[in-house]
Design a protein around this ligand. Structure first.
Ligand code: ADP
Ligand code: ADP
Length: 222
């Protein structure tokens, strides 16, 4: 069974913008997919549908066994626990240290102190930031902040990781570093979806690529 499945999904915002038209897409567990396309093409909207941030109007959508058309009760919360998300602007808590930013996720999910202090070091090490655990976000470079946000996204070991323009604010070197970490996470079995308008980044890798243009999805490379 696919881990993510969209069948002819359509999304129109209340103001009439058609963000997605007839989008069909399937990913299996452990897949890595780039979604490219110009600004306004619908990339963020697609990710928002996957984690239940926006509703869709037509078609069907399932993520890891959850039917997004009718989530009820605490199903949305359960779905979101199984999805890690990374944004272009990191969204770290400014007055919390690196370690606290990452630990917060586990704390919010009810992990105890012992479990949190067991999980934190390997996660920070995975993104190369164990030595920055006590720094505040403002003391870090953009690349380092994005790596903190990756640590935060995966510390709860979600099977699906969504990255919305994760390299949008980064230079070429930091972008490559972020993509390398995403590939490493994929290699341990996490399904990864990355949106980007950076065609160069996509060309220098050989993962599957789809493109969104004006809300329609096109296969680029499988
Ligand atoms: P991308 O991520 O590729 O830049 P988006 O998914 O953000 O594209 O946007 C797709 C289209 O939907 C654009 O025309 C955008 O203006 C519109 N859109 C996105 N979010 C909203 C919103 N909250 N309300 C109305 N229109 C929106
Ligand atoms: P990005 O290109 O980084 O995805 P956007 O500018 O598309 O960022 O979106 C930033 C925020 O503004 C999002 O929450 C999106 O839903 C909202 N938004 C985008 N386009 C519109 C729009 N046309 N009308 C209202 N809200 C929008």
């Amino acid at each position: 069974t696919p881990s993510v499945s969209l069948r002819q999904v359509g999304k129109t915002y209340p103001d009439g913008s058609q963000a997605l038209i007839d989008v069909s897409l399937e990913l299996r567990k452990g897949d890595f997919l780039f979604i490219t396309g110009p600004s306004g093409a619908g990339k963020s909207t697609l990710l928002k549908l996957l984690y239940g941030q926006e509703k869709f109007d037509s078609g069907s959508l399932t993520v890891g066994g959850f039917n997004l058309a009718n989530l009820r009760g605490n199903q949305l919360a359960l779905l979101r626990r199984r999805i890690g998300i990374i944004f272009q602007d990191y969204k770290l808590i400014p007055r919390r240290t690196v370690a606290e930013n990452v630990a917060f996720v586990l704390w919010a999910q009810g992990y105890n102190r012992k479990e949190i202090s067991r999980r934190l070091p390997p996660t920070l090490k995975m993104v190369g930031l164990q030595h920055k655990a006590d720094c505040f976000p403002s003391q870090l470079s953009g690349g380092e902040q994005q790596r903190v946000s990756i640590a935060r996204a995966v510390v709860g070991m979600p099977p699906l990781l969504l990255a919305d323009e994760p390299t949008g604010n980064l230079d070429a070197d930091n972008s490559r570093q972020v993509i390398r970490i995403l590939k490493k996470l994929n290699s341990i079995g996490i399904t990864v979806i990355v949106t980007t308008h950076d065609e160069h980044l996509v060309r220098t890798s050989n993962f599957p690529v789809v493109q969104l243009r004006d809300g329609r999805l096109y296969q680029v490379r499988s």
